[in-house]
Design a protein around this ligand. Structure first.
Ligand SMILES: NC(=O)c1ccc[n+]([C@@H]2O[C@H](COP(=O)([O-])OP(=O)(O)OC[C@H]3O[C@@H](n4cnc5c(N)ncnc54)[C@H](O)[C@@H]3O)[C@@H](O)[C@H]2O)c1
Length: 432
């Protein structure tokens, strides 16, 4: 049943375009590719960024479809790649077939992986690499699962919007790791909100308040640059700071509740009080941002990574007919004119992501959330800019910011240095 490699890959790459195209295109699709619907051809997957999330996503990909193989992996560091490979081989031995020649290391590992015959790539490096990796993956004609955030600065978001549109035009699947969008309880809850069960929304208080996150102690033989690359979350140019890297999930849900309408203004503040050591680079440990919507509604965001403080991760949404309380893991409840609460079980949202991604590729209707993922990323970058500068910023000002935080993909090499920007001070740090 295996068609020639060219036939198979051409179909996988162009399936969406064919479906969306002419009658002739549809005939070509149905006659030539019947085998895809029978699930008898192999979709090959490549993983770029073999850390915690990338390894999880790769496992979910191998479980998403009977005929998926992980065939290529790329990372900066050999230990990360090997650990990931060993774990994946233990978990799903028959579906993890990554020969030595398909294990790539270093800053150009992504290029080598994209040059293999993988059909689908998972992008799960630190966010600073994402716009460049996305651009290269779309140019190579691969279907994509990309982790959030998809950029760390506004020029990166603008690039991602451009590249996402190219992916759509090419009929490539492009799914982002805004995982709550694939969570059964959230879907049940947000669909009720969007159906008007709590009326018109007045305010959304959303949180991501957690404690300290991981830190890798420097090891003998690590250069300063390697130490920085391994502890990327503490450099705003690499992670975008924790409002962009982590609390973005709450902002994405705020946006979901508002029907993905964009706010018009953001005002914020933040700082670092409890995580002040040099090892923590230049990121903040708390943010508070108010977003103003065109209809007058307000989104109030509060996030912190401070040990020993009360934790919260959820949303309190108030509308003209009721309210909705979400504690992401424990509670999804609407009270008011229409009382309701989620009482089901729900499937693993990360598995849902990949089940839906691969089913969409098989069906010839590739999943696409390219513009939404860019907007949700921008929402968080905008909040960070408002907090860092202390200035109220409009969406247009934020999206057109000229601030570039880090090097371009081709500038990376092992002997490089990159200056650590001073910790921003609201009122003093300029908006660029
Ligand atoms: N959706 C979610 O729930 C969720 C959860 C965790 C992380 N994430 C996101 O996933 C991404 C990865 O996070 P993580 O927790 O897995 O981090 P991690 O540090 O565990 O993994 C990152 C991996 O990328 C590798 N890497 C770094 N630069 C690279 C490059 N240029 N080319 C190839 N490999 C490179 C690192 O060596 C490391 O193995 C981040 O964007 C993060 O925000 C999403």
């Amino acid at each position: 049943m295996q068609g020639s490699k060219t036939d198979r890959r051409t179909f996988v790459k162009t399936s969406g375009t064919l479906l969306a195209g002419s009658t002739l295109g549809f005939q070509v699709l149905t006659s030539k590719n019947q085998r895809f619907y029978n699930n008898s051809d192999t979709l090959k997957v490549g993983l770029i960024g073999c850390g915690g999330r990338g390894s999880g996503a790769a496992l979910q990909a191998t479980r998403a479809d009977d005929n998926v193989l992980l065939t290529a992996m790329a990372d900066l560091f050999p230990d990360n790649l090997q650990k990931s490979l060993e774990n994946l081989q233990k978990e799903n031995p028959s579906k993890v077939q990554v020969p030595k020649e398909n294990q790539f290391l270093g800053f150009d590992a992504y290029k080598k992986l994209l040059a293999t015959d993988v059909d689908v790539v998972i992008l799960a490096t630190p966010p600073c690499f994402r716009p460049g990796h996305l651009e290269a993956a779309v140019a190579a004609g691969k279907h994509i699962f990309t982790e959030k955030p998809v950029a760390v600065d506004a020029p990166g978001v603008r690039k991602v919007i451009e590249v996402a549109n190219q992916a759509k035009a090419k009929g490539l699947a492009l799914m982002s790791g805004f995982c709550w969008r694939h969570d059964d309880p959230k879907r049940a809850t947000f669909s009720r909100i969007l159906d008007g069960d709590i009326g018109d929304i007045n305010s959304i208080y959303n949180t991501y308040n957690t404690g300290n996150v991981w830190y890798h102690e420097p090891q003998a033989g690590w250069s300063k640059f390697e130490e920085m690359m391994r502890n990327w979350i503490y450099r705003s140019w690499m992670s975008g700071d924790h409002i962009v890297e982590q609390a973005i999930h709450s902002l994405d849900m705020m946006s979901w509740a508002m029907g993905d309408v964009l706010p018009i203004k953001a005002t914020g503040t933040g700082g670092r009080q409890s995580r002040t050591g040099e090892e923590y680079g230049n990121v903040y440990d708390h943010f508070a941002v108010t977003y103003e919507y065109p209809n007058g509604a307000r989104g109030f965001h509060f996030s912190r990574q401070q040990e020993g403080c009360s934790r919260a991760y959820g949303l309190e949404i108030t509308g003209t007919k009721g309210r909705c309380d979400i504690d992401v893991w424990n509670r999804h409840e609407i009270t008011g004119k229409k009382n309701w609460k989620w009482e089901g079980e729900g499937k693993d949202m990360y598995q849902n992501e990949h089940d839906e991604l691969f089913a969409s590729i098989r069906s010839g209707k590739p999943f696409f959330d390219g513009v939404r993922m860019a907007n949700s990323t921008m929402l968080a970058i905008w909040g960070r800019m408002a907090a860092y500068t202390g200035k109220t910023l409009t969406w247009d000002e934020a999206l057109n910011s000229q601030e570039v935080l880090g090097p371009t993909l081709d500038e990376y090499h092992w002997d490089m240095t990159w200056p650590l920007a001073p910790v921003p001070q609201p009122g003093k740090t300029p908006f660029v």
